[in-house]
Write a protein that binds this ligand. Structure first.
Ligand SMILES: NC(=O)c1ccc[n+]([C@@H]2O[C@H](COP(=O)([O-])OP(=O)(O)OC[C@H]3O[C@@H](n4cnc5c(N)ncnc54)[C@H](OP(=O)(O)O)[C@@H]3O)[C@@H](O)[C@H]2O)c1
Length: 340
């Protein structure tokens, strides 16, 4: 585990060095795990807290070193990026939740974005950095349609423009994921996913592109396998394009043998806007504009980059299997207690 300022030049081995921001987050963890498996990279997993349980888990992986860094602290990024070949960068708009504000703060994300891109520029000018992968968010189906987009989308698209302004496009690949499957696991009472409830934020007949968050790691691995082709490119990435009803039917087909009926539950838009206004605006935007991943083109790129996308069906099956395992463990432990 490396503390600030203790970063060792990785010339000891010849692996390319890649820095991953927000490494303990859902995207970051997927990226670190996927790259760790390839055995081709030395990964600097950047976190604000080297001692968290998530950081500890990452630190145990092969080819991973934990490095302290905060997107709000440019100096810490400067140290974390020193001598790297590649940077995977993302940002977060999420601050602590406050009444009448929610947790999404656009200016918080913008500041992180400016800090990140400024430090990418500095690392590039030093001469070693040759590839930057920025994780943004999918643009709409019709990029010319002027629909009001949520603040945590426009912030990322503004950061994309800043990449262009600092003349970093030629070394940059922009991956733009759509909504994660993992959002269905929200903790809102009555609206968390179960065998009976498939929760959503949009009307049941609207197409809603989604992706398994760990697939973002597969995309990063894929793009890094053909860097020259994918620099200076932006790709909206998705795994599925289904309506809410079709998603609920996917779950229904898995649980039907148990005689269970799955229904799609749409969270009331007014309640969403009260809790987190920007997510309500996002739901409006998905219904009116819609994510713009080109599913046909993606199939071709996925083949080229050896990416096997996770289907919603497989994701749901894995989730149910995990839950059964945990339940069985609880039942066994409870029985052991009882038998004592
Ligand atoms: N939810 C979706 O469907 C979806 C879809 C597409 C894109 N996105 C975007 O994905 C981004 C979030 O990524 P995620 O889901 O991987 O995040 P996440 O799981 O919410 O985790 C956020 C991570 O960011 C780190 N972090 C927070 N503030 C930081 C700061 N100031 N400097 C450095 N690290 C900081 C935290 O790690 P430490 O505490 O360890 O530092 C935390 O692990 C957001 O911009 C969101 O808009 C979300």
């Amino acid at each position: 585990m490396l503390e600030q300022g203790e970063i060792i030049e990785s010339s000891i081995n010849k692996k390319a060095v890649i820095a991953v921001t927000m490494a303990t987050g859902r995207q970051g963890t997927g990226v670190v795990k996927e790259l760790s498996k390839t055995n081709k990279y030395q990964i600097r997993a950047i976190t604000r807290n080297l001692k968290s349980s998530k950081a500890f888990e990452l630190g145990k992986l092969k080819n991973v070193e934990l490095v302290k860094g905060d997107l709000m602290d440019p100096e810490s990024l400067n140290r974390a990026f020193d001598g790297v070949d590649v940077i995977f960068g993302n940002t977060t708009p999420t601050k602590g939740w406050k009444l009448f504000r929610g947790s999404i703060v656009r200016s918080y994300e913008m500041e992180q974005g400016f800090n990140l891109i400024n430090q990418v520029k500095i690392a590039f000018e030093k001469g070693k950095l040759n590839h930057f992968i920025f994780s943004s968010i999918s643009k709409g189906k019709d990029p010319l349609k002027n629909d009001l987009a949520p603040g945590h989308f426009t912030s990322k698209w503004d950061i994309e423009e800043y990449i262009d302004k600092l003349e970093l496009k030629t070394i940059t690949t922009i991956l733009r994921p759509v909504s994660y499957f993992e959002n269905f696991e929200n903790k809102l009472p009555g609206f968390t996913i179960s065998k009976k409830i498939f929760p959503g934020i949009v009307g049941k007949h609207f197409k809603w592109q989604t992706i398994a968050v760990e697939d973002i790691g597969k995309w990063v691995r894929g793009v890094l396998s053909k860097p020259e082709k994918y620099k200076n490119q932006s790709i909206n990435i998705a795994g599925e394009e289904l309506t809410g009803l079709e998603m609920a039917m996917t779950l229904q087909r898995i649980v039907s043998a148990e005689g269970i009926q799955t229904n799609y539950f749409m969270m009331p838009r007014a309640a969403i806007k009260l809790l987190e206004h920007d997510i309500g605006v996002m739901a409006d935007w998905i219904e009116r504009s819609g994510y713009g991943a080109d599913m046909v083109k993606l199939k071709m790129i996925q083949k080229e980059l050896k990416i096997v996308p996770t289907s919603l069906r497989d994701w749901l099956k894995a989730k149910l299997k995990n839950e059964n395992k945990t339940q069985n463990l609880w039942t066994r432990q409870w029985k052991l207690q009882w038998d004592k």
